[in-house]
Design a protein around this ligand. Sequence first.
Ligand SMILES: [Zn+2]
Length: 139
Amino acid sequence: MDVKEKYFASLRKKNLRITKARKAMIEVLQDNHLTFKEIQNRLAEKGFTNVSTVYNNLDFLIEQKIAVELYIDDTKYYDLALDNPMHNADSHVHVIIKDTNQITEIANPNIFSFIKSQPEFDDLTVDYIRITIAAKKKK
Ligand SMILES: [Zn+2]
């Protein structure tokens, strides 16, 4: 199943409406980490120019744990949260490549199991793991 179809299915399962604007927002966020301004611009290109609709739908997607907010270098980005079990609303590892400000993800579940297997967590349940790594291109 296409990634965005998974998101639509998850909304449907909860009996939530998949409006055109919500659909467009999920499409815009797929494979992207965007600031609010960038989301707004891309949605405007698709004909969704009402800023409060953008705000409301983004809030809605965050509430439904379909989108997440990420703070990277004091900038807030938005990202889809369900695309794989290891990059969900609660746990993700992001890499920011400083030369280009590009954000990528490490989608290796072993990282999460390794962290959770540390003796410090023997008596604890981990709520979330959020890691941001800054990197530069090797010269
Ligand atoms: Zn991400």
